[in-house]
Design a binder for this molecule. Structure first.
Ligand SMILES: C[S@@+](CC[C@H](N)C(=O)[O-])C[C@H]1O[C@@H](n2cnc3c(N)ncnc32)[C@H](O)[C@@H]1O
Length: 312
């Protein structure tokens, strides 16, 4: 284990012990709730019998949802306590869930093509590079398998409420791949059951630029099925899936990273020859969002979700 994994294991254990929202197993889930959760964007269908890897997805939430729907679930996570929550959730619902401790950058415990679905909620930002993770996912997914991945909108990581000037948010940092964002936000405020708040050390958390994420996936043979932006505070999608955009159907298209982004990223017409997707252009040193701090705040559109098919 390198230093990042060692520290983040400790810090995620501490956050889970403090029962942050990502560590509370879905004990109240029913079949209906599980279906609403897993099938919410209309891309996944009928996961019963499918082999699902819940990647860096501990906490007893995703594993419970997929388990209730009849999938064969494996959870792979760094944190002892997060995995304990998956076992707790599984025991509560009478489900068989396999839990394995490990680093998302090393998927060697799993056979090639061993999964129909890899489901990765917000977690890839806890490693400095997407490369080993995406390569591992490409290996363990079967051809045609689906990869769900959530990651921080990298523009939102460079703004805060204080930067609102009436028009937009002025960027407060450089747009750097691999920057350790937790150095700027070193603590999580965690509310305890008695209402008091404690500060816990943030896990190390890194920016991944849009071009790095999208181009790495495209080069590995992933095809974009859809994207959504999620305002974590309200939990609603802010854009619809753009439709299927694939090497075999080259066309101009856009992944709409929200009305928030000045210039929509364009997929090149000659997709086949040129996988480079230019997505990082902002015309001004601004992240222009429609929402002021009073109405919504700088964390609008905080998380981006991609659905991809591997080697279709
Ligand atoms: C925000 S939580 C996501 C899962 C959560 N149940 C949810 O509600 O979305 C991030 C997860 O990533 C895990 N994690 C962080 N770094 C990891 C790594 N290098 N390898 C595997 N898991 C990691 C943490 O232990 C934690 O369970």
């Amino acid at each position: 284990m390198d230093w990042i994994a060692q520290i983040n294991r400790q810090r995620w254990n501490a956050l889970a012990e403090a029962n942050v929202e990502y560590s509370q197993p879905y004990l109240d889930f029913t079949l209906e709730k599980a279906a609403r959760y897993v099938y919410r964007y209309g891309i996944l269908q009928q996961v019963a019998g499918k082999r699902v890897l819940c990647l860096a997805s501990g906490g007893g939430q995703d594993s419970v949802a997929f388990g209730l729907l009849g999938a064969h679930v494996t959870v792979y996570d760094l944190s002892d306590v997060q995995l304990e929550r998956d076992r707790q959730g599984a025991a509560h619902h009478g489900l068989q869930v396999t839990t394995i401790q490990g680093d998302m950058r090393d998927l060697s415990p799993f056979p090639s093509g061993g999964f129909d679905i890899v489901w990765q909620p917000y977690s890839i930002n806890f490693v400095p590079s997407v490369d080993p993770v995406f390569h591992g996912v490409a290996r363990v997914l079967k051809p045609g398998g689906i990869y769900y991945v959530a990651f921080a909108n990298p523009f939102v990581q460079a703004i805060d409420d204080a930067g609102w000037d009436g028009q937009g948010y002025r960027l407060n940092g450089l747009y750097l791949d691999g920057e350790d964002i937790s150095l700027r936000y070193p603590y999580w405020d965690v509310t305890r059951p008695d209402g008091s708040t404690i500060k816990l050390n943030s896990p190390h958390e890194f920016r991944h630029t849009l071009s790095t994420v999208l181009n790495t996936l495209a080069r590995l043979g992933f095809i974009f099925l859809g994207s959504m932006g999620v305002d974590e505070a309200r939990g609603i999608p802010w854009s619809q899936a753009p439709g299927r955009i694939s090497p075999s159907q080259p066309r101009r298209g856009s992944i709409r990273f929200g009305s928030c982004v000045h210039k929509y990223p364009r997929f090149p017409e000659k997709w086949k020859e040129d996988f480079q997707i230019s997505v990082d252009t902002l015309e001004k040193p601004y992240y222009n969002m429609s929402q002021s701090p009073e109405s919504s705040g700088a964390n609008e559109c905080e998380v981006t979700i991609l659905y991809l098919a591997f080697n279709l």
